[in-house]
Design a protein around this ligand. Structure first.
Ligand SMILES: C[S@@+](CC[C@H](N)C(=O)[O-])C[C@H]1O[C@@H](n2cnc3c(N)ncnc32)[C@H](O)[C@@H]1O
Length: 252
């Protein structure tokens, strides 16, 4: 996207500001503890989208899918930057999709626990996936990647976040975490990706198999390499809020 268009998009977002309504069950708000942190992470998602657009050839964004939208930590920023775009919000938890659709003016798209059964709208210009690949094993990452890639229109952009080398290094440096996540770390060291399910008590609405994943840059890049019409247009280690790696692909 041309830089002058990007400047106008950013200025528009700053002038409009974001809808500040917080859902009482917003787990991301609860886990951030401070409104400041929630806002920093939300806006960081928008900065990622903005920087990926700068590297892409896309000149207009008419429709956007926020997959695994939660209660709109990033969705509210996407709406503020693209006031006229058609937005779709997908999640396994209907309270998330309903809230986002109502508050940020869009369409609710119910997701499925079995990702191979997922039906998504097609022809998307932009898909944002913040912190979903971070919670599933590599096999499901491949299934989800393919479903999302299929939902892109030509020239569309998929941006997804992952837990990579930084999370590995931090976990490895803390003895109590090393013990807790011994299996996860060992899988990552052995094959470049790992997954460890959360205890059942932590798993929320509709999720059947949900945990913590780690994946190497090579295996993230490999997700796109399976598609001859996928081009990697960006990779940033810990690029989202200084925690998650970010991968971005366009459909040729
Ligand atoms: C860590 S939260 C991130 C929420 C949001 N993207 C954000 O950054 O605030 C992960 C989200 O993925 C959703 N989720 C879990 N399984 C899912 C599935 N099979 N399909 C779609 N969303 C799912 C959860 O309900 C939750 O809202």
């Amino acid at each position: 996207m041309q830089i002058d268009k990007l400047v106008a998009l950013w200025q528009g977002y700053r002038q409009r500001g974001v809808n500040p309504t917080i859902h009482p069950d917003d787990h991301m708000f609860k886990s951030n503890l401070l409104l400041d942190d929630y806002e920093i992470v939300g806006e960081s998602g928008l900065k990622v989208i903005h920087s990926v657009l700068a590297m892409s050839r896309k000149e207009a964004v008419y429709n956007v899918l926020d997959f695994g939208c939660g209660h709109g930590r990033v969705a509210r920023y996407i709406r503020a930057m693209f006031p006229k775009a058609d937005l779709s919000f997908s999640d396994i938890d209907p309270s998330c999709t309903d809230f986002c659709a109502t508050q940020f003016s869009g369409k609710a798209v119910q997701s499925t626990a079995d990702l191979s059964q997922l039906t998504l709208p097609h022809g998307m210009d932009l898909i944002w996936v913040g912190s979903v690949f971070t919670h599933i094993d590599y096999k499901r990452m491949e299934i989800l990647f393919d479903k999302l890639f299929q939902a892109l229109g030509r020239g569309g952009i998929l941006i997804a976040t992952f837990r990579g080398r930084q999370t590995y290094e931090i976990t490895k440096s803390r003895p109590e975490q090393t013990t807790l996540y011994a299996s996860l770390l060992e899988q990552y060291e052995t094959v470049g990706s790992g997954y460890q399910p959360y205890p059942r008590s932590v798993v929320q609405m509709g999720m059947t198999d949900w945990g913590l994943s780690l994946v190497s840059i090579e295996k993230i890049v490999a997700l796109g390499k399976r598609h001859t019409n996928a081009r990697l247009i960006g990779y940033s280690e810990a690029g989202w809020a200084n925690v998650h790696d970010v991968g971005a692909w366009t459909k040729l």
